[in-house]
Write a protein that binds this ligand. Structure first.
Ligand code: PEP
Ligand code: MG
Length: 326
């Protein structure tokens, strides 16, 4: 089967009835981008930039960051999109040189965009590096953990300030680069219609969204039964988010683990997801599956799935009615 998939490296990500989506890869460092291309990824749907900040003694300089972002942009070429997420530190990820207060609930605490909006200099350094790298490829910026429209506006305001600084120094950047947000906080999913007016795209971060919707820690084995991507609450939210984005003519991706699951792909496709971002090693398997699926009929299937009552029921339905019949 592996050999079958290998032949799909340069094939399109298209369903049997001609519906096109993007299959992208999640990466954690510039080297991963090379593997992403080798595995047939059509873009980078999530570049986690934390690696630049971790396992060292001080913050990475603008120059170091610029080199890393530029390297990924160049690996992917002019057209293939590269979604780079701004720093998502805090929560479970700590930095030795950043003295953060001990928190009772780190996942509900001072992390990601919350920290960046508070430590503006740190955020600006990253944005400068991102903007400078943007002329080397198709870079898009993505903010993590957005919960309110005010956070998105504030982040964009800082981005505008950085652009103005670069302009005054005659430093080139792509003024039209897209700026999107992760939808991984339930509040953001609920106000997706409003956020969609001001964000260029969404990427649904199910790893966090599930834990916040279900009130079940993504690392805690004892409550793992609640951490279910197929729980109707999750699928209904995903449906709502996709609709809200499309209503405003914006595209929606997913970069949580769920996006690469064979059981989830038919549902997400039927709900209208535009981009699926997963580990590089899952891309060809996903393309193989995608090319056998029928988009038109899955639209109905997905609507039916939204009426089912449990994750178990939904998984069984997809297995029996879709996957087993391919
Ligand atoms: C997510 O939350 O789904 C996500 C992709 O981000 P991370 O796993 O880095 O929190
Ligand atoms: Mg997350």
């Amino acid at each position: 089967q592996k050999e079958d998939w290998a032949r799909l490296v340069h094939e399109e990500s298209v369903t049997a009835d001609g519906h096109r989506v993007e299959l992208a890869a999640n990466i954690g460092n510039p080297q991963d981008a090379v593997q992403a291309v080798e595995n047939g990824a059509e873009g980078i749907g999530l570049f986690r930039t934390e690696f630049l900040y971790m396992g060292r003694e001080q913050f990475p300089t603008e120059e170091e960051q610029f080199e890393a972002y530029k390297a990924v942009a160049e690996t992917m070429g002019k057209d293939r999109p590269v979604v780079i997420r701004t720093l998502d530190i805090g929560g479970d990820k700590e930095l030795s040189y950043l003295d953060l207060p001990k928190e009772l609930n780190p996942f509900l605490g001072y992390r990601a965009i919350r920290l960046c909006l508070d430590r503006v200099e740190l955020f600006k350094t990253q944005l400068r590096a991102l903007l400078r790298a943007s002329i080397y490829g198709n870079i898009k910026i993505m903010y993590p953990m957005i919960a309110t429209i005010a956070e998105l506006r504030r982040a964009n305001q800082i981005l505008d300030e950085v652009k103005a600084e670069l302009r005054s120094q005659s430093i080139l950047f792509n003024d039209h680069l897209e700026v999107g947000i992760m939808i991984e906080v339930p509040a953001a999913a609920m106000i997706a219609d409003q956020l969609a007016k001001e964000a260029d795209f969404f990427s649904i971060g199910t790893n966090d969204l599930i834990q916040y919707v279900m009130a079940a820690d993504r690392m805690n084995e004892q409550v793992a039964y609640l951490y279910d991507p197929y729980h109707p609450a999750i699928l209904r939210l995903v449906n709502q988010v996709i609709k809200a984005a499309h209503q405003e003519g914006k595209w929606v991706g997913m970069c949580g683990e769920m996006a690469g699951e064979s059981l989830a792909i038919p549902i997400l496709l039927g709900l209208g997801l535009d981009e699926f971002s997963m580990s590089a090693t899952s891309v060809l398997r996903a393309r193989h599956l995608l090319r056998k699926l029928d988009y038109k009929s899955l639209q109905e299937t997905a609507q039916h799935v939204l009426t089912l009552e449990s994750g178990e029921e939904i998984r069984a339905f997809i297995k029996e009615e879709i996957l087993n019949k391919l």
